[in-house]
Design a protein around this ligand. Structure first.
Ligand code: GLC
Length: 474
């Protein structure tokens, strides 16, 4: 089967979040299952600046955003059996960052229009076009409304995965025609309308054949009337064509028994020794004194989605009990400053690295005892699965994919892998942290939880097979 992924980021070329992990890992796994996969991405400056990429130039064509003519320069490279097509345009993508610009709506309109033309330009015929998130949400609308008679799209099926529905891709109604050349009727009859604007995310949902949320529990949440994402009405229309498929984790990069980045490799039989060595390295690189006290790790964007304000609320409690915190991430200024202030006050208990550091991320997954992830909402979440795989017990809010992937301690199950709380409040979170301290003091219970966590299978195989079944469904 031939599958083309169209997305705004993908490992190993460009990443800001879990979306990049998913596009890459899913593609790799589909290749292993024998499918032919290509990934279409913007040719960002960040990719251009990489050394050692073997790129082949395939040519160029013009893309029109109403009267604006912009060139699309097409490059190709092969990585891990996947064909990557890169759409270059220095005006839109020759910038330092992937997103965060005032004209993002226009930049991704260009990318979406150029992606449609790419199929024609290369006569690239695929069975499935799999789109991800708002940036490319308008692609099925463009094809279905304007290009259905092109042979290259005959029989093509559209699948859309929603990674973060908080981002609706809102643009002024005027741009529906101005960027995309689409008729006002699509706005007037409500198909692509959301809050009086055009939503490229909603357009993707409406026009795709199959829509996927990244965990079964989150799919149920999204369908619940009153859900804060406010997509329940739209998704109800997809009855029978909307489901949750849990993401996996990349076991080639994240595997404690082979990970070259961690201090000592270990598996489910040797974790006591292995994790001890990893913890010592984590503490020393974080400039914290070596001790036997529990370490609470956090690797996350520091934003309100991730519940970071709750972490700040419980921090003093953790410190009072001798716990240590190692934090890796960047994001909202106030949250970063709150952690900086804690570090200044408690330099022996709190370490923060602002930004992203792959080495430190691996050290935190391997060397911490507990992993904090009290998200406000979490479509799937990857950190909690990685942590468990490294025998680090997650303490999470029972929301989205976290509820699907953490088996809670203290609720009568003997296969518990972590801790879950319900209310979005510091006190509910704190109750589970106290439970974690108690477990930590009981070596036998602690070890059995670590063993349970390490034994869970979060490989991509199951998820890739579920996607494949969906692609094949007629
Ligand atoms: C987004 C979501 C996260 C999910 C990831 C990959 O970043 O916030 O929960 O794991 O996408 O699907």
């Amino acid at each position: 089967m031939k599958i083309a992924m169209v997305a705004s980021e993908a490992n190993p070329l460009c990443k800001t979040g879990g979306l990049a992990d998913v596009v890459y890992s899913l593609s790799k796994e589909l290749v292993i299952l024998g499918e032919e996969v290509s990934v279409i991405l913007p040719f960002y400056k960040k990719i251009k600046d990489r050394s050692g990429l073997k790129l082949k130039r395939l040519g160029n064509y013009d893309v029109y955003l109403s009267w604006r003519k912009q060139a699309a320069n097409i490059f190709l490279c092969y990585l891990d059996g996947i064909t990557f097509y890169l759409i270059g345009n220095d005006y839109y993508f020759g910038r330092e960052e992937l997103y965060g610009y005032e004209d993002d709506g226009e930049r991704f309109a260009f990318f979406t229009l150029a992606a449609r033309s790419l199929f024609q330009f290369l006569d690239l015929r695929v069975d499935v076009i799999h789109i991800h998130d708002w940036q490319v949400g308008m692609l099925p609308t463009l094809v279905r409304e304007q290009s259905m008679d092109l042979p290259v799209f005959s029989g093509t099926k559209f699948v859309m995965t929603l990674h973060n529905e908080a981002f609706k891709g809102l643009i002024d109604r005027y741009f529906l025609n101005h960027f995309y050349g689409l008729d006002d009727i699509l706005f007037d009859d409500g198909r692509v309308r959301f809050d009086g604007m055009v939503s490229t995310l909603k357009a993707g949902i409406i026009y795709s054949d199959e829509v996927v949320a990244v965990s079964p529990n989150h799919a149920r949440e999204l369908l619940t009337p009153g859900d804060p994402m406010r997509l329940d009405g739209v998704l109800a229309l997809k009855e029978g064509h909307f489901q949750g498929i849990l993401n996996g984790i990349d076991l080639l990069e994240f595997n404690p028994s082979e990970d070259p980045l961690i201090e000592k490799n270990y598996d489910v039989h040797s974790f006591e020794e292995g994790k001890k060595a990893c913890k010592e390295r984590l503490l020393s690189t974080s400039l914290l004194p070596i001790s036997d006290d529990p370490v609470f790790g956090l690797v996350s964007r520091l934003t309100s989605q991730k519940g970071v304000d709750l972490v700040i609320q419980v921090a003093r409690g953790i410190i009072d009990r001798g716990g240590k915190m190692t934090i890796l991430g960047s994001g909202e200024y106030e949250l970063e400053q709150a952690f900086e202030a804690l570090r200044a006050e408690f330099p022996n208990n709190v370490a923060i690295y602002r930004g992203y550091n792959n080495q430190l991320a691996h050290d935190i997954y391997a060397g911490s005892d507990f992993f904090l992830m009290p998200s406000l909402f979490e479509p799937c979440g990857i950190g909690q699965m990685l942590a468990q795989h490294y025998g680090t017990l997650p303490i999470c809010r029972r929301v989205g994919g976290l509820a699907d992937t953490v088996i809670p301690y203290g609720e009568g199950r003997d296969d518990a892998t972590g801790f879950l709380f319900d209310d979005y409040s510091g006190s509910a979170f704190w109750a589970e942290i106290e439970a974690a301290f108690a477990v930590y003091r009981n070596q036998r219970i602690m070890n059995s939880l670590v063993r349970n966590a390490m034994n869970v299978d979060y490989s991509w195989k199951t998820s890739a097979e579920a996607y494949l079944a969906l692609y094949k469904r007629s």
